[in-house]
Design a binder for this molecule. Sequence first.
Ligand SMILES: [Zn+2]
Length: 154
Amino acid sequence: MLEKDVKYIVLHCSATRSNQAYTVEQLTRDHQARGFRTVGYHFYIRQDGSVTQHRKLLEAGAHAMGYNHCSIGICYEGGLDVNGNPCDTRTEAQKRGLLDLFIILSKMFPEAKVVGHCELPHVHKACPCIDMETWRKELAAHVKHFKFAKDCCR
Ligand SMILES: [Zn+2]
C-alpha cells in the first residue's frame, strides 16, 4: 500500500471471552493455521493494554475481506462476555492503549475513516462489539485537541 491508499482503520475484537486469555502466540498460531504468513492484524492489544505490531504499517493485512489493500487492522483481546455473547469487554488499560494507537494512526492517515469491522459491507458479525459512534466521538475530541496544540506552536 501507499500512504494515500489507506482509506480505513478497522477495529476488530478477537471474539474470545473476557475471562479467557488469548495470547499473541495463540493468535499467531490460529492465523497461520488459516494460511496467513503471520498475524493478519497490524496491531494486537491485550487486556493488560500491551500492544504488539505484526505487520508493517503499509503492508497489506489479512483481516477484512475485500479491504486488506486499503486498510490497517487493529484487534483487541476479548469481545465476548463469559457466556460467549458479544460484549464490549475492553479493560481500562485497553481503552487507553487503543486511544493512544488510534490518535497516532489518525494523525498519520488523516483521510482514513475509523470503522468497526461490522460496519464494512457484507460483514455479518458483531465484531468489534463496541459502540463505534461513541468511540469515534471520543477519538475525534482527542485528535482535535492535538491539532489545536500543534497550531499553537507555529
Ligand atoms: Zn473483525
